[in-house]
Write a protein that binds this ligand. Structure first.
Ligand code: NAP
Length: 454
């Protein structure tokens, strides 16, 4: 009997490959929200519905008679929850426990001004536009905005590009997605939007992928600009060697080059998206008219240093650039916040990942996904990752060990897979009149009401 904590892609792929290798295994999946799918539901951008197709695969896993879903159950933690269980208790009640609860904590920069109003983590912004429960704290900020928005997104990963695209896209083009309606209403108020996406290294080192870059190149009403001098300064011999050795990178840079403009022209444009390079954030500065509110981000201009391909670093030049903004989004990666492994105390401090060897954390305690390897890769990366953890589990257990333990039985208020199906149906129905795949319930209470009304 195996407990999997977390029902995102990593948890579901562990369940899938465990049940495939060992059809007699029994799996209980434990999830903090009443609904499953973790990152697929609350992390994938609303205008990427094709990525969410994996949910079908997960439903097949859940249809196994050896699979049970325990939603609305918090594992460890010190927040309020009707249903709670500790990792220790799971270890007593299951033959093996797999922690697949992701990396859901925000990563900070640790520079002055980070606590100003308007400096927001991408973690919060993504959760807000995806209706993740408990993430309504951006409402007051957006309510106070005028009719224009000047946003600076720090980071050059796919999360940064997701955030920039959602901000820059015309709200009417997002109606037929499952974006949170409150977010959409707020975005509708802006008749002018400028979004600068700023990285500390050059185009060849940017973490975003070509698909996400391509999407940024054709946002209706939001032209993309890239500054010639920033691209040229990043063309070090080491960068050229990096580009030469990768066809994918070469293609990405060919696309990027098409959007290079001269700086003078770009300065004249006060709307659209710009991708900025070689700028390291130094400080968030307060607005003169309101010292609690961010008014600009101070960047130090950088050059690349290092002659090992793939390992160039950004080095400050002692010259600075200040970009005015109302909103500064930090998209510089995530951290993991696993539940306490012993006792029933608070979660651990944010860490890059949970130390493990091929998924093994301790005796019959395992991990998978972002908690195992840190926040990297696409959803499909969790397949090989899950297989690796499953193999470790099977090597440890031996064929006769399953079945000695019976799992947890005293969680009265948990949601079941059937409950999720009722919530799913209600959400899909409410999306129908708008042509949206679903309208997600923004809070747990509303989800539980659907079930209790049945
Ligand atoms: P990421 O890909 O690791 O990108 C993090 C970005 O933050 C990098 O540009 C990094 O720059 C920058 N950064 C880190 N520390 C910084 C600092 N102190 N100052 C300035 N910049 C800093 O992380 P992510 O965007 O959060 O994405 C996480 C994972 O999810 C990735 O594997 C991503 O591909 C995946 N994802 C995929 C999709 C998709 O497939 N559509 C969507 C979203 C996310 P350096 O490179 O210089 O360190």
């Amino acid at each position: 009997m195996v407990a999997i904590v977390g029902s995102g892609p990593s948890g579901f792929y562990v369940a899938k490959y465990l049940l495939k290798s060992w059809p007699e295994a029994r799996v209980d999946m434990i999830e903090q929200y009443p609904t499953p799918h973790g990152l697929v539901r609350y992390g994938v951008a609303p205008d990427h519905p094709e990525v969410k197709a994996v949910e079908k695969d997960f439903s097949k896993v859940a249809s196994s008679s050896n699979f049970r879903f325990f939603g609305n159950v918090l594992v460890g933690g010190d927040g309020e929850a009707e249903c709670r269980v500790s990792v220790e208790s799971l270890r007593r009640n299951y033959d093996s426990v797999v922690l697949a609860c992701g990396a859901g904590a925000e990563r900070k920069l640790g520079i002055p001004g980070e606590d100003l109003e308007g400096v927001v983590s991408a973690r919060k912004f993504v959760a807000w536009y995806n209706s993740e429960p408990k993430h309504t704290d951006l409402e007051p900020f957006f309510e106070r905005r005028e009719t224009s928005l000047d946003a600076v997104v720090v980071g050059h990963g796919n999360v940064a590009l997701d955030c920039a695209r959602i901000l820059a896209t015309k709200p009417e083009n997002l109606v037929e997605t499952d974006i949170a309606r409150k977010t959409l209403e707020h975005l509708k108020r802006f008749d002018k939007k400028k979004v600068s996406v700023v990285g500390r290294r050059g185009p060849a080192q940017a973490a975003f992928t070509i698909k996400e870059l391509r999407e940024l190149t054709h946002i209706d009403g939001a032209p993309l600009s890239i500054f010639k001098d920033e691209v040229q300064k990043a063309e070090t011999p080491t960068s050229l060697a990096e580009i030469e050795s990768s066809r994918a990178l070469k293609r990405k840079l060919e696309l990027l080059t098409k959007f290079i403009v001269n700086e003078r022209n770009n300065n004249e444009r006060d709307y659209g998206v710009s991708l900025r390079f070689l700028l390291k954030p130094i400080e968030f500065k307060a607005r003169q008219s309101n010292p609690k509110q961010v008014g600009s981000v101070l960047f130090e201009k950088c050059l690349l240093s290092g002659d090992v391909p793939g390992q160039q670093r950004s080095e400050g030049t002692g010259t600075f650039l200040e970009l005015p903004c109302d909103l500064a989004l930090l998209a510089v990666g995530y951290l993991a916040e696993p539940p306490a492994l012993e006792g029933s105390g608070p979660k651990s401090k944010p860490i890059p990942f949970l130390p493990n060897v091929n998924g093994r954390v301790g005796d019959f305690l395992y991990t998978a996904g972002w908690l195992k390897r840190g926040p990297s890769g696409i959803i499909g990366s969790n397949i090989a990752d899950a297989r690796d953890t499953v193999q470790t589990m099977l090597n440890d257990l031996g064929p006769l060990s399953f079945g000695e333990k019976q799992g947890i039985s005293n969680l009265e208020d948990h949601t079941t897979w059937e409950d999720w199906q009722a919530i799913d149906e209600a959400e899909r129905k409410s999306g129908e009149p708008l042509g949206a795949p679903r309208l997600k319930f923004p809070d747990v209470h509303a989800m539980l009401q659907v079930i209790r009304k049945q």
